[in-house]
Design a protein around this ligand. Structure first.
Ligand code: KIV
Ligand code: ZN
Length: 388
């Protein structure tokens, strides 16, 4: 039977740390609801100690979603952990995610601590968090540049202290797939109490290897993967959720794992984020870019006409991309407008459909063809703004 890999989405925390990706409270809640529909297992909603706004956003998201765990991030100190719990405690399934650096360079220059001191801090932080909840995750920041035997010690210590998930981040996007595979395998083979926790991975994309590294780690036994929609995140970003999930699904014979992701919600989720943060999806973006299923060369077109499998390894429908059969214009009825909204990932009630229908008609009087982007802009501007 296939193992379950848990998808931990950090679009609203690490993703929001991406330059230009700041979201307001309403936008974060809208994105959180979309992530719930997408089927992620955990939403990391923010870093509550960072600001009053972050705290309020985490609290609001915790109350806004039901079928997904909500995590807050905190440093491995009591004040941070207490504030984090305050923010997530009203979630149906709250998680405290505490982190501490374990690499020589971070311990010496950033923390000014010895390895022994870090070990004690990590243990105390997890024990403190466990007083609030048994759903505690510990991250060994800069793990991929840490001493492997020290990481074994840290992992054993935090598991014994009650951590349910131990995350091994490639914080600076430095590792390479075969090397990261070896590291995760080393932990799986050498951490004595490994069966009491799940190993998680969290990869940054500084060398363009975030997705490949995450997949290599899953091959080695990691069972939680941290990622963001469209791969947004600090600097060059995080592993892109859509790439990871579709690689796991498309090459199931290699990974033999499953996720809870509703793949048909992938495209609507990427579009939703792109609209909210005002960042267009690059045309050549894997899985969801405009060109991802476009065939330009004659040879390719000929092959695809004869059999789509010649040049397509997945169907557009499997990620929720439609063939664009419904063209919206001034002759469209409200039913077509409602369908188009659904296709784009928006479930509208009757009142909202009427608002959108009128807005589409007004626009169609001025413009020959109303594109999907126009409909989506009208939903965001007219439907949601009117109801705010
Ligand atoms: O990149 C990183 O190490 C992080 C941790 C806080 C998990 O974002
Ligand atoms: Zn990160």
């Amino acid at each position: 039977m296939a193992d379950r890999v848990y998808v931990f989405d950090t679009t609203l925390r690490d993703g929001e740390q991406s330059p230009g990706a700041t979201m307001n409270l309403d936008e974060k809640i809208r994105m959180a609801r979309q992530l719930e529909t997408l089927g992620v297992d955990i939403i990391e909603a923010g870093f509550p100690i960072a600001s009053e706004g972050d705290f309020e956003a985490v609290r609001a998201i915790a109350k806004a979603v039901d079928n997904v765990q909500v995590a807050g991030l905190c440093r491995a100190v009591k004040g941070d952990i207490d504030r984090c719990w305050e923010a997530v405690k009203e979630a149906k399934h709250p998680r405290i995610h505490t982190f501490l650096a374990t690499s020589e360079i971070h311990m010496k220059h950033k923390l000014g601590k010895t390895a022994d001191q870090v070990l004690v801090m990590a243990e105390n932080a997890v024990k403190h968090a466990r007083q609030y909840t048994d759903n505690v995750e510990f991250s060994a920041e800069d793990a991929s540049r840490s001493d492997w035997d020290f990481l074994v010690k840290v992992t054993e210590t935090v598991i014994a202290a009650g951590a349910k998930v131990v995350n091994i981040p490639d914080t600076v996007g430095y590792t390479q797939p075969f090397e990261y595979y070896e590291l995760i395998k080393y932990l799986m083979d050498n951490v004595k109490n490994i069966d009491d926790a799940i190993i998680s991975v969290h990869c940054h994309n500084d060398l363009g290897s975030a997705v490949a590294n995450s997949l290599a780690a899953i091959r080695a036994g990691a069972r939680q993967v941290e990622c963001t929609v469209l791969g947004i995140g600090e600097r060059a970003g995080n592993a892109a959720l859509e790439d990871l999930v579709m690689a796991l699904n498309t090459r199931k014979e290699l990974y033999n794992v499953e996720t809870g992701i509703v793949t048909e919600q992938i495209f609507p989720s990427c579009r939703r984020l792109s609209q909210i943060i005002g960042m267009p999806i690059p045309p050549n973006k894997a899985i969801v870019g405009a060109n991802a299923f476009a065939h330009e060369s004659g040879v390719h077109q000929d092959g695809v006409i004869k059999n789509r499998l010649t040049y397509e390894i997945m169907t557009p429908a499997s990620i929720g991309r439609t063939s664009n059969d419904i063209v919206i214009g001034k002759h469209s009825g409200s039913h077509a407008v409602k369908n188009k909204a659904e296709e784009l990932g928006y479930e509208l009630d009757d009142e909202q459909v009427q608002v959108l229908f009128k807005a589409v008609k007004d626009l169609a009087d001025k413009k020959e063809q109303v594109f999907d982007e126009d409909v989506e802009a009208l939903i965001l501007e007219k439907v949601y703004r009117r109801l705010d």
